[in-house]
Design a protein around this ligand. Structure first.
Ligand SMILES: NC(=O)c1ccc[n+]([C@@H]2O[C@H](COP(=O)([O-])OP(=O)(O)OC[C@H]3O[C@@H](n4cnc5c(N)ncnc54)[C@H](OP(=O)(O)O)[C@@H]3O)[C@@H](O)[C@H]2O)c1
Length: 178
């Protein structure tokens, strides 16, 4: 199985667990040195691909390499995320854009660009947060991005339901009108 994750603290632990369970893992992140450290720590069955999930050309390069090297992608763990804090009244445009670019744009395009990969589009795990539904005074922007990721999850569930219904129909079964 192949998985793609970012090499932060929690992601490194997850990557190691995936490898221990028999997966080959691709990890990505912007900082080359951190990426190399994570690859070394994970040890085997891992490739680091330097890149920024908010840049569509980097995502294209990442998924092209996965397809070229392994031919398929089974699971995406979209973990890359940024938490920066500012209370209402002190939120800047720069802070807003920096968080949305990674947490919302990055996750959305990671999902969109991963779906065409064989064998049948990977399973997608978006690493959201409890802050999607829990408010703290200083993290309104971060909370909003995590709620958006949760929304993307709902869209995925709707898409999978639609695909399952379509598969049932193509096998001659009818979906209940409800
Ligand atoms: N820590 C918590 O308590 C907590 C709780 C709930 C949910 N989460 C979620 O879990 C995820 C990871 O959190 P964490 O605490 O492990 O964060 P972290 O230690 O800061 O790690 C974040 C990782 O994402 C990578 N990353 C950030 N921006 C990126 C980009 N534009 N393109 C590619 N990689 C990027 C970073 O590498 P580079 O900087 O080198 O790019 C780093 O490896 C986030 O989505 C966060 O919202 C965290």
């Amino acid at each position: 199985m192949l998985r793609r994750i970012a090499p932060g603290a929690s992601a490194r632990t997850a990557a190691k667990q995936f490898v221990d369970a028999g997966s080959y893992v691709f990890i990505t992140g912007r900082r080359e040195a951190e990426l190399s450290r994570a690859v070394k720590e994970i040890g085997s069955n891992v490739t680091g691909v330097q890149g920024d999930v908010s840049k569509l050309s980097d995502l294209d390069r990442l998924f092209a390499q996965i397809k070229r090297d392994k031919g398929k992608l089974d699971i995406v763990f979209a973990n890359a995320g940024l938490a920066r804090y500012a209370a209402l009244g002190s939120i800047t445009e720069e802070l807003y854009n920096s968080i949305f670019d990674i947490n919302v744009k990055g996750s959305s395009f990671t999902v969109q660009k991963a779906l065409p990969l064989p064998p049948d589009g990977p399973s997608i795990i978006l690493n959201a947060s409890v802050v999607a539904s829990k408010g703290f005074s200083s993290n309104s922007v971060y909370s909003t991005t995590k709620a958006a990721e949760a929304g993307t999850n709902l869209v995925q569930v709707a898409r999978i339901s639609r695909d399952l219904a379509s598969a049932h129909r193509s096998r001659g079964r009818r979906r209940h009108p409800d």
